[in-house]
Design a protein around this ligand. Structure first.
Ligand code: SAM
Length: 187
């Protein structure tokens, strides 16, 4: 398959995935890592975002979770788990109330059946929001991947209940034909 511009660029620069350019662009706009001491990366593999977070916040607490294995990243504690079972990860739960930034690039397996996919996206987005709110400090930031479908406004309305500022981002590295979009919330 022909590699796109961002995938080639990621390879040239030695990044693990093209996804890193998405967080980089959003970071340039909102200064994501400013005053951040503890980060949770949800849906982290292969590790582009974790690696970026580790470079931006050396020697800070960074935890990452994915269903799939992830090659080690300096300064990142990785847990191979389904986020539905996050309650069973003691090291993460011990940090409850200390996270300042939760980032989630999590994407469910797509079946191609619109109604089914939209529901699984919403379910995972709601779960990710709940995790972010439960584990974070009151003053915190949350970046989450979602999709522009008929549940988008509904999910955004939940973000607005939890964060005083909510913004949409469609980074350049996000494929135009993809309905993927990022929501950023901060308190
Ligand atoms: C687009 S990738 C993340 C890319 C990553 N941000 C990077 O920069 O390399 C989405 C990830 O979400 C993970 N994922 C999907 N459902 C999950 C779940 N229920 N629990 C944990 N991880 C999940 C997938 O395994 C996949 O690795």
């Amino acid at each position: 398959m022909r590699q796109d511009y961002w995938a080639k660029k990621a390879k040239l620069k030695g990044f693990r995935s093209r996804a890193v350019f998405k967080i980089m662009e959003i970071d340039q706009k909102v200064d994501l890592f400013k005053n951040v001491k503890s980060i949770l990366d949800i849906g982290s593999s292969p590790g582009g975002w974790s690696e970026y977070a580790s470079k931006k916040c050396p020697n800070k607490n960074i935890f990452a979770i994915d269903l799939l294995e992830m090659e080690p990243v300096d300064n990142v504690s990785f847990f191979k788990a389904d986020i539905k079972n996050i309650d069973q990860i003691k090291a993460v739960n011990d940090k409850k109330g200390t996270f300042d930034l939760v980032i989630s690039d999590l994407a469910p397996n797509i079946t191609g059946i619109g109604a089914v996919d939209n529901e699984s996206i919403l379910e995972l987005n709601m779960l990710t929001l709940e995790i972010a709110v439960n584990l974070s400090k009151t003053q915190s930031k949350f970046l989450v991947k979602t999709f522009q479908n008929n549940n988008f406004k509904y999910f955004r309305s939940f973000m607005e209940k939890k964060f005083s500022l909510v913004q949409n981002f469609k980074p350049l590295a996000s494929k135009n034909r993809s309905s993927e979009i990022y929501l950023y919330g901060e308190n």
